[in-house]
Design a binder for this molecule. Structure first.
Ligand code: NAD
Ligand code: LMR
Length: 324
């Protein structure tokens, strides 16, 4: 049996975590041979609810769970953490954009960045889910100067997975027939789900669909999917967000099957401003991700990539005071 790894989940009594914690505990993220210690963080008013979640986790008698820590102290929750899933933050309601949460949520990520810096494993892999995820990840990374910025990532996998299904359903194929899907930029309404390099059953996706559908249906549907779910459910996506978080961490840790989209610190690839957390096409191998370089970018794509970059630069300017 492998040594256990420590997995921190923040916002552990919230709706995403109610799916996420149980799936991690059952081995969906790191495999059925990887024992885990769960370190669950909440704010004081939610500790009763968190204790209820812990009771349920215990009642599952998961073979892989070695210990569960429930705390409202970030220093305890991030102690020696190998994988940190930063979910705890306010979700948006109807009529709001995710960046409207910036003020409410930004402070959480500066505090948690510091706590990661002071307590986590030096190899910790951090995934920010709480919105606005890209800029929150930037805030956390800037507050953790002793960790590598590349250890901080933002979740774009839900957008990536949404894109796979929209396309597969349109062309009457299965999601597993789709390869080289890419979502660029921000987890927001400016994100750019790009089909220029995508193939379905080995054929270029753009030859299988009308350009009209791509520009006026596919792209806006993916961009607005979060809002559509809030409208339908009266609450933001939860089980699908948890599933995407599992996909993101599993691929980062164990390797991806081809290209996936991850929000990662930009270092200038594809002409994007360095110092923002931007979603790129990556391939994961041996616990690392690498940007897929050399893809051709036409004028349509360049315009879309720039629009979402501009939004991230604006978000960064709005939280400059929290960037350390
Ligand atoms: P929720 O309100 O059900 O749960 C959030 C939990 O976080 C609450 O229990 C709250 O007490 C806790 N919390 C608040 N501040 C905290 C702090 N400082 N430390 C620890 N815990 C704290 O919300 P949810 O539906 O689980 O969503 C959580 C976040 O994830 C929201 O910001 C939402 O917008 C975001 N989200 C992101 C994606 C994505 O694709 N990136 C997808 C879905 C949701
Ligand atoms: C989503 O994309 O479903 C989440 O980011 C929640 C939201 O606010 O849309």
């Amino acid at each position: 049996m492998k040594d256990p790894v420590r997995i921190t989940i923040t916002g552990a009594a919230g709706q995403i975590s109610y799916s996420l914690a149980f799936r991690i505990a059952s081995g969906d993220m790191l495999g059925k041979d990887q024992p885990v210690i769960l370190q669950l963080l909440e704010i004081p008013p939610a500790m009763d609810a968190l204790n209820g979640v812990v009771m349920e986790l215990n009642d599952c008698a998961f073979p892989l769970v070695q210990d569960i820590v429930a705390t409202d102290d970030a220093n305890v929750a991030f102690k020696d953490s190998d994988y940190a899933l930063l979910v705890g933050a306010r979700p948006r309601g109807p009529g709001m954009e995710r960046k409207d949460l910036l003020e409410a949520n930004a402070a959480i990520f500066s505090v948690q960045g510091k706590a990661l810096n002071d307590n986590a494993s030096r190899n910790v892999k951090v995934l920010v889910v709480g919105n606005p995820a890209n800029t929150n990840a930037l805030i956390a990374s800037c507050n953790a100067p002793e960790l590598d910025q590349g250890q901080f990532t933002a979740m774009m996998r839900l957008d990536h997975n949404r894109s796979l299904t929209q396309l597969a359903q349109k062309v009457g194929k299965h999601v597993t027939d789709v390869e080289s899907m890419i979502v660029w930029g921000n987890h927001s309404a400016t994100q750019y789900p790009d089909l220029a390099h995508c193939k379905v059953g080995g054929k270029p996706a753009l030859e299988l669909i009308e350009r009209e559908w791509y520009e006026n249906d596919f792209i806006p549907t993916v961009q607005q999917r979060g809002a559509a779910i809030i409208k339908a459910r009266g609450a933001s996506s939860a089980a699908s967000a948890a599933s995407a978080a599992i996909d993101h961490m599993r691929d980062w840790a164990l390797g991806s099957d081809g290209i996936v989209s991850m929000g990662i610190p930009s270092e200038g690839s594809y002409g994007i401003e360095p110092g923002i957390i931007y979603s790129y096409p990556v391939i994961c191998k041996n616990g690392h991700y690498e940007i897929v370089q050399g893809l051709e970018v036409d004028d349509f794509s360049r315009g879309r990539m720039k629009a979402t970059e501009d939004e991230l630069r604006e978000e960064r300017a709005a939280v400059e005071h929290l960037l350390g």
